[in-house]
Each structure stands twice: as C-alpha cells, then as structure tokens.
Design a protein around this ligand. Sequence first.
Ligand code: ARG
Ligand code: GLU
Length: 720
Amino acid sequence: MMRWFISCVCFFLGSIVTLYAGEGMWVPLLLEQTRYEKMKSQGLQLSAKDIYDINHASMKDAVVLFNGGCSGVVVSGEGLLLTNHHCGYDRIQAHSTLEHDYLTEGFWAGSHEEELSNPGLEVDFLIEMKDVTDAVLALVGDTMTESERWQRIKEGTPEIAKKSLPLGKGYKAVIKSLFNGNQYYLYIYQTYKDVRLVGAPPSAIGKFGGDTDNWMWPRHTGDFSVFRIYAGKDNQPAEYSPENVPYKPAYFVPVSLRGLSPGDFSMVMGYPGSTDRFITSPELSVLVDVNYPLRIALRNIKLDIWKQAMKQDPLTRIQYAAKYASVSNSWKKWQGVIRGIEKAGGIEQKKAAEKLFLEKIMSNPQWNTRYAGLPEAFEKTCEMQREYIVPSILIKEGIFGVEWMQMAEKICRFVESLPSGDENSWTSLLNEFISDQSSFYRNYRPEVDREVFTALLTEFLKNADSRYIPAALQKTVDKKFHGDIFLYVKDLYDHSVLKDQASLGKALLKAKSGHAGKVFNLPEIALYKAFDRVFLEKIEPVSQSVDWKLDSLTRIYTEALLLLNADQPVYPDANLTLRVAYGSIEGFSPSDAVLYTPFTYLDGVIAKEDTSIYDYKVPARLKALYEAGDYGDYGVGGRLPVCMLGSNHTSGGNSGSPVFNRNGELVGLNFDRNWEGTMSDVLYDPEQCRNIMVDIRYVLFIIDKFAGSKHLVSEMQIVK
Ligand code: ARG
Ligand code: GLU
C-alpha cells in the first residue's frame, strides 16, 4: 500500500502549488478542462455532461445544498431526499419531546400525511453557474483599497446578478469569489421551502459512537436521515401548505446495491463550505499555535460542564444535545488539525514553498515589483495579529460563547433596531420578538449556563491583559464581592431577567413604557455592552485593518500563484458551491505499523457495544437482526457493510453529499473525515487525508429491515 501511495503522489514539476493525487474540489462547469481526463483514466464511465449540463437533466439536478450548510441527494421521482442524520439533527430534535423522543427512538412516517413539516428548512437546486469575472472586475481598479474594492463589488454585483435571474418562483442569483477575489462566478439557484421529515434512525444508529467516534476511523455510524421536498401543484417552489405535492425532480440518482471494493473509483458531489489552501506559513502558525489551542481550552471548559449536566438529567440531555454536538465538532476537529500539521511538518512545508515562490518571482523582473514583498508583508501582518488575538478569542469564543450573552446581544440588536420616536408601534414588535425567543428558552438551563459563565469569566480575568477588562466589571467584582467571581455571578443570575422568557418579556415591556435605553441599564445587558465596547474600541480597529491587509495580500499572492501555475489546472478553495471530488476507496496508516482497512461491518457495531456508555448503546432490534444474520439484499458474504473510507477531498458542508461509483450510481453518503486528515482544509496529505462515508446498503438496510419502511426503498431505482 505504501508503495502505491508514493508512486501516486504526483508533484507537478516546477509548480509551487503542489497538487497531490486525490486532492481537489473541482468546479463542475470546468470539469472538462481540468479533471475529466484524469477521472476517466481512473475509471469514470460518465461524460462530463452527465455530471453537469444546463440544457439536459444531469446529476447536478439531484444534488442540493441542504439547509444552507449541508448537502443532500434526491433519490426518487417523488422528491425523496437523503442527507446525514447530523444535518437533520436540529429538525429531529425540534420535533422531539420527552414523550416522543425521536432523537432516541428514531422517527418513521408511515405515509405522506405523517411526514413532518420544518418551517425555515430549505433546499437549493443549482440551475446554472457562469464565469462573470470580467463584469465584476470591471467594477474595481488597482488603486482602490481592499475595503473600497469590497464595497464596490458588494454594491455592483446585485445588478449583474439580476440580469441573469430567470423569471419564475424561488430563483435567486448569487455571485461568489473564487481564488480569493481573482475570479467571480454567478450561481443561479431555485429554492424549495417545504421540506418534510420522513425518517430518522435512532441516535444509537444515526449518531452511533457520538462525539467519541466523531472525526474517527474505524467508524460505525449510520449517519443518514430522510426528507421529502414538496412543491406547489405546478411543481414550483411554494411555502408550506397541506395542499403541496411531492416534488418531481429533473433528475434523481439510481442506487446501487453492488457496493465498492478497495481501489474502486469514487466520486463525491456536494457543497464544501470553506478551505484555505493558499494559507501562508505565518498565518498557519497563528492558527495552530495560538488560535486553535486557546479556543480548544475555552471549549473544554464549556463542554465539561454541559456533559455533566446532560449526564445527570434526561431533559437537559435533549435540550443540550444539538448544542453539544455543534460546539464539540469543531473543538475536536481543531485538535486533529494541530496534530496533523505538526506531524506533516506543515509550517515547514509552507515555508519551503514560500522560498521557492520567492525564487521564481525574483527570476522575472516583471513580477518582482508586484510580488516580491509578499512573504515579508504576510509575516509583518501576522505579527500585528498576534497582539490582539488572545483577548479577541477570550471575548468572542469565551464570554460571547455563553448562552445568555448571546441572548443579550440579540436583545441589544433588536432594541437598537426599533424605529425611533413612535413608542406605540413598539408593543407589537416587542411581543413578536419575545415570542420568537421561545426556541432559545425551550433548550435553556440557566443554572447550567451560570456555571459556564462563572468558569469562562474566571478564565477571561485570569488571562486578559487589564486594558481589555471592562472597568465597571472589575470594580464591582472587587468592591462589592471582594474579588469572588462566583458570588458576583450568582448575584447577577439571581436578579437576571434573561433566565426565562416570561421575565424577559416583562422587563422589555416595562422598559418600553419608559425608554428603550432602560434595557441597557439592566446589569446583565450592561455587562454584555461593556464587553462589546471593549471589543469595538480596543480590538476591532486593529483587527479589521489586519483582516483587510491579509485579504489584499492573499488576493495578490493567489494571483501570483495562478500566474506561476498557468499551465496546470488549479482548483479554487471551497466556497459553499457545488464541487466534484474524486478518488478511490482506500485505507491509510495512522501510525507506525498500524494499517486501517477501508470497510467496517455490523460486526464492528456489535463489538463496540457498551451498555454503560450512552454513545455505544445498540438498539435491541439491530442486535436481533444481527443475530439472525437477516440482511436481505444488503449484506455481502454474510456480513453487512456499514462505513467506507476513501480519498475524496471533502470539507465541512460535504456532509450528506452523495458518493457515486464509476457509473454515477449512489453507493454512499459522505459524513466525515478522519482525524489525522482534518488538516486537508489547509494542507492536503495524500497519505493521511480520507473522507468517511456510510455505505448505502447500511442506509437501505436500516430503512427497510430495521424500520420496516420498505415503501421508501421501493420508491428508489435500485440497481442490483
Ligand atoms: N464531524 C462531522 C461533521 O463535521 C460530523 C458531526 C456530527 N456528529 C457528531 N457526533 N457531533 O459535521
Ligand atoms: N461532517 C462534516 C459536515 O457536516 C463533513 C466532514 C468534513 O468536514 O469533512 O459537513
């Protein structure tokens, strides 16, 4: 296997942007020019137009952006949609109560009528993408500052977008930058807003292994959920209505039961959110030496407290499940990134590439003036960044990561947005605002939040330079509470109006009858304001100018890299638009003498079972099916495949992305990466970077055999 790895690591001679086998999230429109031949040589049997075509139905018509941050795939002529369990998680949670705990029990609609509506949940279908670089860059000039440039583009692009917007329902046109402001693409989407929950396995399947196994291989998670898109009678987007009918897609993907074998071609289509592959060594060093370690430490504190509370009380567990999963997800990923960068010598690799860059630049007098100063300028700008990054994270990640601080922020924004003068019109706005907060309070435990705040405030006071500590806070803690933060916080909470919705409502309506300004005098709101002021006055002026500077440097650096690599296909960083990644089914070696194979089986689920650990409980019904060996059409050689590992380059947002075989048939759903490879957003290492997928046969087995919802499988076009 190692030999294979090494022979496949293809450096493009003379290029600064090294592209490894397996690396790349390719723009579907450009597949023919960039990657198609390679994909074909690795086994792909489709034409580029089968994947992306604007004149005929193609695979892109079945791949959606799900809920603005995940991916999904349409698998039936009746708008049936598959995505990950963790992508539908907050919807499943929202339908859950102690009596109907769908997170724990799972949920299966027996008929269309039983499918559950999800206000606010949307899916976007990509209609078309096109290069509008010339039109956008015509808006700006080289002498503009980065912020002027940004402003011009922000103001000018809606006009360009509008010209391409089709008539009809639900269309939107978005212009996004590629290659850090060097190119611009227009994306036209059609958005469907009536998306209903059809099925979800119990968390003991959909989140099996929980946060313990998250980002890890070997993996045994059935991370999928099932939705259905509804449309008006004309098949066009419509607001939720019981009259709506299942959406008839332009294309839906066939599902293969044949599975893949090690070495087989695989392709992932979906919406990776954001990567930073052109990051320079000083930026990477700030990230992995300062930024991530501090944020990890702050999240440790919060997660420990939440975990305890969730263990002690089943209601708290439901209330905090989604929040815990989301905070712990990046927390764990960052730890993997730090380790991965260290192990790969990432900073040294970047430095070596920068040295090579400088040599190339110096060899050409034309490039010299524009580009030669870049490495040093990055270095200097990052030094400035190091001056404020610690207090900035202590406030943003620490203090503002406290739940009631987030509520305080929301309140301030709302009060500030109230139309001035006309106090009478406020009442209805206030009532609306107060009732909107019920989703927050449904999942809120003030006593848990108080503990988090005490701990994070302690951390802040211990580590922040005194000039970043709000003076009034320091004074109150010292004078009134003799430095005892615990007592200070207790007092604040005892009198807080943010504890529950009723107190909040009362306080806001009372403030209204005097002046809105009174809201800002509430001690907890005043405290939020004080931190906000510190941030705005002492941090933001510097951080903003550093950010603009880095944006400008990155744009010019990327321009230079594109110039130096003009003869090679280069893929742009992820920007939450549709991409194609391809690779093969393969394992990896995480450490000396350890080799991971690329398939897991139900046997592994059973072996992991531990009834004393929440994450490793196995539903009795699943065990019974295992013991009976009753896998129907979904097993192979007496075993049931569960997850697969592959070398498709993916990122956050690719969750729920369909995984295809060489014929474009669905064989799995992407849902994760391996911990050792999470640094692939900034540095791709072909030996370590893998994506984790759930085998579609496990998905179908759970739907059909476990949940008894064979009718859903019957809707699909199954290739045996
Ligand atoms: N790591 C995956 C992603 O980034 C899955 C996260 C959800 N699962 C979990 N156990 N928290 O989204
Ligand atoms: N779980 C991630 C998501 O929700 C995908 C894993 C990754 O970051 O690669 O998008």
